[in-house]
Design a binder for this molecule. Structure first.
Ligand code: SF4
Ligand code: SF4
Length: 484
């Protein structure tokens, strides 16, 4: 019996009604692996915003925080400013290459085990089984007339799904503000409207995607299966039915009857457990998310009839061809250790190492300078020239920092700011930048009109605090016309 209990799509039409799929519960190695991955991924998602990380009195103590209001991204000891967004871009590139690497080594393992759509759909299916029962009970309930029991089960199931949706959306907003503070505000009705609308939106999408659309998201909405078909090669692992071993199916024929049959007894267990409702015996398909539950179901059946496991198994196309000719199964390391996976791993690791080095070496002080254009310069009565600049000093530490701004490469130049008198002009200027802030000052530079002047000069900012370790930054500036 097909897992598609009710397919009514018109042949050749553009629309096919979603078939009802009632995946049967199964136990086995891959099912347990999926439970473990589900527990780990859900724990990471729900717990992460509640982890605290002490950054001192001037910065939030939430370990992972996307602080949109102050334009910062905190990840444990790392703080990313908007001008350092290339680190986030680097992480996204690493995630992309990591996905290629995973696909080249273990096929669509991401889809089958760790993709949020898979994890949440699995969770919704589990809730459905707890309330409605397993596959057969669900089918009976679907066909049963309306009754108090049926209504109670339906209400319970959809309420539980909606509760998961609320928790999912609720957890998401805690990544964008201090979690305990936001939770208090949320339950007392004083949080920002965007918090409520985000939770409402994510509740709806989780409920619809996990409860109603399920495999339709993988088959019709997600681009990854299409990209993947271009990425798989003859040495990529996929879930395969070994037809040379399974065919012809016995389907009730006893081995003692003398009719030549394969190992497949046509029990349909592999189809009944499939969350996307396909029959893997028809060959590799786009709808197969490689969750391997059919392997567990078939291994269980093989154990019962006393045949070796692996009639449905992870295998590569190349391995299948060799096994078909009678060669022994190929070790999995051949799939993993090959030039393509080395290439992906090399690219992935190189970006990671480069980012780690850059993060370790980055200065926590940043200087930017812009020349005032109106007026471009002022020629003073003694022949010296005065120019004005807007200087921004960014202190990326979570403590106040005294800094010195000096002029390099412009002999005799003096500097002062708009908060002081010209009479206080000196070769450098000292100021304090608040923690995690940008200090903006208007500076004046006066240079004597004596002798030849260099082609350009530099502003240099140097941290003066003992912990600063000589942190500094410089901005090269073209010599103004008038200083020639
Ligand atoms: S065919 Fe097997 S591996 Fe593929 S989605 Fe169905 S149960 Fe999972
Ligand atoms: S579970 Fe195994 S034996 Fe049963 S139908 Fe599927 S392939 Fe055949």
């Amino acid at each position: 019996m097909s897992n598609h209990a009710n397919r009514t799509g018109k042949a050749g039409g553009l629309y096919a009604r979603r078939p009802d799929i009632f995946p049967r519960a199964v136990d086995g190695f891959y099912r347990r692996l999926k439970w473990a991955v589900m527990a780990a991924t859900l724990a990471v998602y729900y717990v992460t915003p509640w982890i605290r990380w002490d950054r001192g009195p001037y910065a939030p103590n939430q370990a992972v925080l996307v602080d949109l209001a102050n334009r910062r991204f905190y990840f444990f000891a790392i703080e990313i400013w908007p001008h350092e967004f290339y680190y986030v871009a680097g992480l996204l590139v690493m995630a992309g290459i990591g996905l290629f690497l995973l696909t080249a080594t273990v096929g669509r393992a991401w889809c089958g085990y760790a993709c949020p759509q898979t994890v949440w759909t699995d969770l919704f299916l589990h809730i459905e089984r707890m309330i409605d029962g397993d596959r057969n009970a669900q089918m009976r309930l679907r066909n049963a007339p309306l009754s108090v029991t049926k209504v109670a089960k339906r209400v319970s199931k959809h309420s539980a799904w909606l509760a998961v949706g609320v928790l999912t959306g609720g957890a998401w907003i805690f990544y964008f503000a201090d979690a305990p503070t936001l939770l208090r505000a949320f339950v007392t009705g004083t949080a920002a409207p965007v918090a409520y609308s985000t939770v409402a939106l994510l509740t709806a999408t989780t409920y619809v995607f996990g409860g109603w659309m399920r495999e339709q998201v993988c088959i019709y909405m997600c681009p990854w299966p299409r990209i993947q078909s271009a990425m798989l090669d003859e040495r990529s692992l996929i879930v395969t039915y070994k037809d040379w071993r399974g065919e012809p199916r016995s389907h009730g024929i006893k081995r003692t009857e003398g009719v030549p049959t394969g190992d497949c007894i046509d029990c349909n267990a592999c189809v009944q457990v499939c969350p996307t409702g396909i029959d893997i015996r028809n060959g590799p398909q786009l709808a197969c998310i490689t969750c391997a539950l059919c392997i567990d179901a078939c291994d269980d059946m093989m154990a019962r009839i006393g045949r070796p496991r692996g009639l449905i198994d992870y295998a590569t196309f190349e391995d299948c061809e060799e096994e078909r000719k009678g060669a022994p199964p190929v070790p999995i390391r051949r799939t993993i250790l090959r030039s393509r996976t080395f290439l992906y791993f090399g690219g992935w690791a190189a970006i990671g190492i480069a980012m780690a080095i850059m993060l370790g070496a980055r200065t926590r002080l940043d200087l930017s300078v812009g020349q005032e254009r109106n007026p471009l310069y002022v020629q003073l009565s003694d022949g010296s020239v005065r120019n004005a600049y807007t200087v921004k000093v960014r202190n990326m530490e979570t403590r106040p920092r005294p800094v010195r701004i000096s002029i390099e490469g412009l002999p005799g130049a003096l500097v002062w700011d708009s908060l002081s008198e010209e009479s206080t002009a000196a070769q450098s200027l000292t100021l304090t930048v608040a923690p995690d802030q940008v200090e903006r000052r208007r500076l004046y530079v006066r240079a004597p009109r004596t002798g030849p002047q260099p082609a350009d000069f530099r502003f240099r900012v140097t941290a003066l605090d003992p912990q600063g370790g000589g942190d500094d930054d410089a901005a090269r500036f073209d010599r103004p016309e008038t200083l020639r």
